[in-house]
Design a protein around this ligand. Structure first.
Ligand SMILES: [Zn+2]
Length: 564
């Protein structure tokens, strides 16, 4: 089969960040552009950076899964999905920096090049996007979505209804004026290749839900209208294989938070765990009414057929593979789909367990009061993470102040606020479900202490990301509430009652900002509290001395799951 060559190359080239769609004669508009990397210079690691130590900060983890419950057609489509996912990886590089191959070829040594692949560019995503290369300055907030020299004023002045679309780039025309170009035109050639692969997979698939979704998703890539395929994805209930693909999250656009970045996950369902989680879905509409905030913010009813399932991830490509690794997914992002059909939550059990074992546990040993360390459990970590995703689908979607959707009203502050909401409301949900007798294993203190240890874990990524800022805002909020104390040896101890109070107050604060669409309040809060305080900075430095990995690095590819 023709595939063998491709996959041999894939695995030989370290599997991870490499795209290997083969030689291409790209003729789409974006392949003509250099992007945001300086031209005509070479790059090496900055003199004060120990690149070997940097690389050692990533604990390697193989993405595998048991495929024995897959049907013949499910196994047959996987190689096609790997190829399509690789194209998403290529496209993400283009969105993040521009010309990947040219950039990598100008880096002098292999270790530094590997590090650049991990970060999809010259800025350390786990360390406030600091440059680690010579000849590279600050990361442009708008990545490669906008011209580097474009000002916010120039953007605001442009009269084009599609400039704020998630699926357009801003470019300059021949006379230097801004113009808007759709993704499917900008990346024309590769988008068509990906759509072809996905259509082939759709034709092979015998699962009606998956087949329909794949057909519509291929179409969506070609016209940048994702809603029909998002709706179809919501109706896809019983496939063992899932394929998340397309421009999805808007974290990479730090200028406005409008533009979506390409990514892909290939996922294999874990039937046993999935069944355990299904039963929680039915409780969500009732839980929505119990959120501790003004009831005027509780009018958006969460979709009643929202579903929760557990998967092993066998491939991460593009945006989701850059920086800190996603361990749970809540999609789609389209608020109209939320209202019509809810969202789906996909818990990635294998990547979650890797982070727990290799990062959370060693961190807790260094920072959590020895008396409370017995409360650090994988079950609690799993529940906290799962309910973070559930919480994204709850709360308020549309402002009550006539400012449109929360996402529109909060602009670039939206992701930090929304991630903060999901974290704290997730913990609130666990607390409520325990009160209702729906969760009985372990105890609430396990969730609280493990949640708190998770804050340390995420804080180490710095405050550049939406998650990083959300973490600091929460940590500082807890501190101001007395939810924890830090003893002289640098161990943290949780106060169960005060933590519960702080949790409720934080849920209310976030719901109010979102419900009112209060952009100014969100901005002021992030500026005041989205930063590391000095004591925590010192404690986190201790972790880095301790050799605890900063994150997981995936070894992945078709051969790891036994596909040739
Ligand atoms: Zn989230």
């Amino acid at each position: 089969m023709k595939k063998i060559t491709l996959f041999s190359i894939l695995t030989a080239s370290a599997m991870i960040f490499f795209s290997c769609a083969g030689p291409q004669s790209n003729t789409d508009p974006e392949s003509q552009r250099a992007g945001i990397i300086p031209q005509g210079v070479e790059f090496e690691a900055l003199p004060d950076i120990d690149m070997k130590a940097k690389l050692a900060g990533f604990a390697e983890f193989e993405l595998t899964s048991d495929l024995s419950h897959l049907t013949a057609d499910e196994l047959e489509i996987l190689p096609l999905l790997f190829k399509a996912a690789n194209i998403m990886d290529d496209l993400y590089w283009k969105q993040a920096i521009g010309n990947r191959d040219d950039f990598l070829s100008r880096i002098k040594d292999e270790d530094t090049r590997t590090f650049a692949r991990i970060h999809y560019g010259p800025w350390d995503r786990l360390s406030n996007n600091e440059s680690f290369l010579t000849n590279i300055s600050t990361k442009p907030a708008g990545a490669n979505f906008y011209p580097e020299d474009m000002t916010k004023e120039e953007f605001e002045a442009l009269d084009n209804p599609y400039k704020t679309s998630q699926y357009t780039l801003l470019r300059r025309d021949d006379s230097g004026n801004l113009k808007v170009i759709w993704y499917h035109e900008a990346y024309d050639k590769q988008i068509k290749e990906a759509a072809d692969l996905i259509r082939k997979a759709a034709d092979i698939s015998k699962n009606e839900g998956l087949k329909n979704y794949l057909h519509l998703r291929a179409q969506a890539l070609l016209n940048d209208d994702y809603q029909p395929s998002d709706m179809a994805w919501m109706d896809m209930k019983d496939s063992n294989v899932d394929f998340v693909v397309g421009p999805i999250e808007n974290y990479e656009d730090q200028l406005f938070g409008y533009k979506a970045a390409y990514e892909s996950f290939i996922l294999i369902k874990d039937p046993e765990w999935s069944n355990r989680l299904q039963r929680f879905a039915g409780l969500l509409p009732n839980l929505q009414t119990l959120i501790p905030t003004n009831e005027k913010y509780l009018k958006d009813v969460p979709g009643s057929d929202s579903d929760l399932n557990v998967y092993d991830a066998i491939y991460y490509a593009g945006d989701c593979n850059a920086g800190s690794k996603t361990i749970a997914i809540n999609l789609p992002n389209d608020p109209e789909v939320h209202v019509a059909k809810g969202t789906r939550k996909l818990q990635l059990k294998n990547s979650m367990k890797a982070k727990f074992d290799k990062i959370v546990v060693p961190i807790a040993e260094k920072l959590i009061d020895p008396e409370q360390q017995k409360h650090i459990t994988f079950d609690a970590f799993f529940a906290n993470t799962m309910f973070h995703e559930v919480a994204h689908g709850m709360g308020v979607k549309n402002t009550v102040s006539g400012k449109g959707s929360v996402r529109e009203a909060l602009k670039e502050t939206y992701t930090s606020i929304e991630e903060g909401k999901a974290d704290i409301m997730g913990l609130w949900l666990v607390t409520k479900l325990r009160e209702m007798g729906e969760i009985t294993d372990g105890e609430l203190m396990d969730n609280f202490v493990t949640f708190f240890a998770g804050v340390f874990r995420s804080s180490r990524f710095g405050t550049a990301s939406a998650h990083g800022k959300a973490n600091m805002m929460r940590f500082n909020f807890f501190e101001d509430y007395g939810a924890f104390t830090r003893n002289g040896d640098g161990y943290y101890s949780i106060d169960l009652e005060k933590m519960a109070e702080a949790m409720n107050a934080l849920v209310d604060k976030i719901m109010t900002i979102q419900g009112e669409g209060d952009y100014e309040a969100a901005k002021a809060w992030i500026e005041a509290d989205g930063n590391l305080r000095e004591t925590l900075r010192t404690d986190l430095a201790r972790l880095n001395e301790g050799g605890i990995p900063v994150d997981i690095l995936f070894k992945q590819g078709p051969e790891l799951v036994g596909l040739k």
